[in-house]
Design a protein around this ligand. Structure first.
Ligand SMILES: *[C@@H]1O[C@H](CO)[C@@H](O)[C@H](O)[C@H]1NC(C)=O
Ligand SMILES: *[C@@H]1O[C@H](CO)[C@@H](O)[C@H](O)[C@H]1NC(C)=O
Ligand SMILES: *[C@@H]1O[C@H](CO)[C@@H](O)[C@H](O)[C@H]1NC(C)=O
Length: 428
């Protein structure tokens, strides 16, 4: 079992001593992140198939998270837990799952079209390198295992336990549902994990012996979860909780700067060159598992449209998702906005007058820039553009929004594990 006391009290005791009083910067280390491409094609048009695939991944990730939370806490978080896995349209599936030889050739060029904020970590002694997606919306680390012989593992870096002197096989196994019955699964190991000079010993993780097909075309090797411990499917502290507990970082914060160039994850504080002014912090409840500040308002221009929202800050999601009724209310306040017929849940707006949409947690209005609200033209030569807030029923209920890149790119975001808070600051 995974008693709440272990998870929450343990964290508080381990981490409170290393949390700074005010969120000021402290010496830490920077991990350069590769750019995640937008959902906009080279021709400036919204890429519908990419958007569908991204949504599919998001739906299944959060579905798995809700099941995990339910198991870990012994009760439900949403109004229904029986939500079916999203399935990809068959034609899209065939386009997304390449043949092995094709993938080998595409591996390098595919890096540019990745859907994640990826960076390099090492696992083992000596370190075996992996390109992983740094995901604040999940809490486990997995990479392909050297015994993964299936197609989706082709061309990926693989963890070989016998090559690591610090590798330990642990009891049990893990299985995470990502796609259409596609799971990432395998045994559980612990080993030394290093991210930009920050080392954690005995980090539990999953060397996956099977990968879901939707990872075949993905340039990343695995996923690096940065959410709170109760969301862990393998029921162990994620890397950053261990880094803080083992005092591998002096400050129990990590921070994201997401941009077209120079994106970075900063471990152990904040990077003062990337933001100005104070960081505005808002508490989260570790029991929720997510970095989920509450009490948010959504504004369109100066008008408040929605209040009392819970907002999951999810670096693993490209856009912003909200409950269909909530999203409809937002677009009702945007002149010229209409549902986008080609892609369910998306809306368009007139390209020459992008809406000014902002989120507010009781401090500043954190605005989504005209660039970030725009996913591209609705069609070649269309006067309409597709907006980066879409309607999606993730089963969390009507008041929960997922804020992905389209939000995170507008702010410097700080995740503080010791004080259980998320902070936003203005970009430098
Ligand atoms: C849309 O994205 C898919 C998947 O990444 C890609 O194969 C396709 O070429 C893109 N289409 C356009 C028009 O850019
Ligand atoms: C793992 O490494 C060992 C030792 O170098 C090697 O003998 C073995 O073939 C490797 N396993 C796989 C599946 O690559
Ligand atoms: C970002 O990178 C591109 C390509 O390397 C370059 O052309 C552009 O000037 C850079 N932009 C900034 C703001 O540094």
């Amino acid at each position: 079992m995974f008693p709440r006391a272990d998870l929450l009290l343990g964290i508080a005791l381990a981490l409170s001593v290393v949390s700074p009083a005010t969120g000021e910067s402290a010496a830490g280390t920077t991990i350069p992140l590769r750019k995640r491409s937008s959902l906009t094609g080279a021709d400036g048009v919204f890429n519908q198939s990419k958007a569908v695939a991204a949504t599919h991944r998001t739906v299944n990730k959060h579905r798995q998270n809700r099941i995990t939370l339910q198991e870990n806490r012994g009760h439900l978080i949403g109004r229904d837990s029986g939500i079916a896995p999203a399935s990809l349209p068959a034609d899209l599936e065939s386009r997304l799952v390449p043949r092995a030889e094709k993938h080998q050739l595409e591996a390098l060029t595919e890096l540019e079209s990745g859907r994640e904020w990826a960076g390099t970590i090492t696992i083992g002694t000596p370190g075996q390198p992996f390109l992983v997606d740094f995901d604040t919306g999940s809490a486990d680390l997995w990479v392909p295992s050297s015994s993964c012989t299936g197609l989706p593992c082709t061309g990926k870096s693989k963890y070989n336990a016998t090559k690591s002197s610090t590798s330990l096989k642990q009891s049990g196994s893990f299985s995470i549902l990502y796609g259409d019955g596609g799971t990432v699964s395998g045994p559980v190991y612990s080993d030394t994990v290093t991210v930009a000079g920050v080392t954690v010993k005995n980090q539990f993780f999953g060397p996956a012996t099977a990968l879901s097909p939707d990872f075949a075309t993905d340039p990343i090797d695995g996923i690096f979860g940065l959410a709170l411990p109760i969301l862990s499917k393998i029921r162990k502290f994620p890397f950053f909780a261990n880094a803080a507990a083992q005092e591998s970082v002096r400050v129990s914060q990590f921070s994201f700067y997401l941009a077209d160039n120079g994106s970075e994850l900063y471990l152990g504080g904040t990077d003062p060159t990337k933001y100005t002014g104070k960081v505005e912090f808002h508490n989260v409840d570790a029991y929720e598992g997510y970095w989920q500040p509450t009490g948010a308002k959504v504004k369109v221009g100066s008008g408040t449209i929605l209040t009392k929202l819970e907002t999951i800050i999810d670096s693993g999601s490209t856009i912003i998702y909200g409950d269909p009724a909530a999203i409809q209310q937002i677009y009702a306040a945007v002149p010229g906005a209409q549902p986008f017929e080609e892609a369910k849940g998306y809306y368009t707006f007139p390209c020459d007058s992008p809406p000014v949409i902002s989120f507010n947690w009781g401090g500043k209005d954190w605005e989504i820039s005209a660039d970030n609200v725009n996913l591209g033209l609705a069609a070649v030569d269309s006067p309409d553009c597709v907006a980066a807030l879409a309607a999606l029923d993730l089963g969390f209920g009507p008041d929960v929004f997922i804020l992905g890149d389209a939000f995170m790119r507008n702010v410097y975001s700080v995740f503080d594990m010791g004080r259980e808070a998320v902070g936003f600051a203005a970009l430098a």
